[in-house]
Design a binder for this molecule. Structure first.
Ligand code: ZN
Length: 215
C-alpha cells in the first residue's frame, strides 16, 4: 500500500536537502509564537516522495527521543501537514502511577483523528516541546478511539487509554493548530523547575488546592 496522491517535487527536494544538512537527526523544533503551530495542517496524501518521507519520520523520531519527548507533530518542525510521531516507554519505571502510563511503541500517525470512548476525563500536568520549560494541568479524555494511517498508507483503529490516549490527543490537536495551553488550567502553569521543587507528585491535587484551580 502507498499514499495515492501526487508528489510535490520541490518540497521533496527541499526536505532531502535539509535531511542531508542535519544528517537525518536533530531537526529544529519551532516554538510557540511561530504561526505554523496555529495553522490547520493539510491532510497528507503522499506530497513527500516515499524515500524522503521515511527518512523524515526517522529524523522526527530521533529529534523527539533526544529532546526528550514522547510525541512530535509535523508543524513542530515547520511542516503544515497532518502527521506526527509518538513513542513512550515510561510504563517500565512507574507502574501503579495514577497517570496510567502504558507501553506505547513507536508509531508514525498520519491523518490521525480521535473520538472519546465514554465520558471519563483525567487532569494531569503535561508539557510540549514547542512551549519549552513550562507545564500545566490539562483535562483530557481518559479513553479514545484513535484512527490513523501508518507510513505505508495502511489504516488503523485502536482504543487507547490513560497516558497513550493523552499523547495521541496532544499530537492530533497540534494538527488542528491547537496547543495544550489553549485549554489548560491557566493557574496551574508552572516552570519545570517549580514542578520539581513544589509539585513533584503524580497527582495535581496539591497544586490545585495551593494555586487555586479545579481538576
Ligand atoms: Zn506539543
Amino acid at each position: 500500500m502507498a499514499f495515492p496522491g501526487q508528489q510535490d517535487r520541490r518540497l521533496t527536494l527541499a526536505l532531502a536537502k535539509e535531511l542531508r544538512r542535519t544528517h537525518g537527526r536533530h531537526l529544529d523544533i519551532v516554538e510557540v509564537g511561530n504561526p505554523v503551530l496555529r495553522t490547520q495542517a493539510r491532510p497528507y496524501h503522499g506530497q513527500i516522495g516515499a524515500p524522503v518521507f521515511h527518512k523524515l519520520l526517522d529524523a522526527m523520531r530521533s529529534t523527539m527521543l533526544d529532546a526528550p519527548g514522547v510525541g512530535l507533530a509535523a508543524p513542530q518542525i515547520g511542516l503544515p501537514f497532518a502527521f506526527a510521531v509518538v513513542e513512550d516507554h515510561t510504563s517500565k519505571e512507574l507502574e501503579g502511577d495514577p497517570r496510567e502510563f502504558d507501553e506505547f511503541p513507536f508509531h508514525a500517525i498520519i491523518n490521525p483523528k480521535y473520538e472519546p470512548a465514554g465520558d471519563r476525563t483525567a487532569s494531569f500536568y503535561e508539557g510540549c516541546l514547542s512551549v519549552p520549560g513550562m507545564e500545566a494541568v490539562r483535562r483530557r479524555w481518559l479513553d479514545i478511539v484513535a484512527t490513523w494511517q501508518d507510513e505505508n498508507g495502511r489504516s488503523h483503529e485502536q482504543k487507547l487509554h490513560g497516558w497513550p490516549a493523552r499523547i495521541f490527543q496532544h499530537e492530533t490537536d497540534h494538527l488542528d493548530g491547537e496547543l495544550y495551553i489553549d485549554k489548560c488550567e491557566i493557574r496551574s502553569l508552572s516552570t519545570d523547575d517549580n514542578i520539581d521543587e513544589y509539585w513533584d507528585s503524580p497527582s495535581p491535587s496539591d497544586a490545585a488546592e495551593a494555586m487555586g484551580f479545579k481538576i
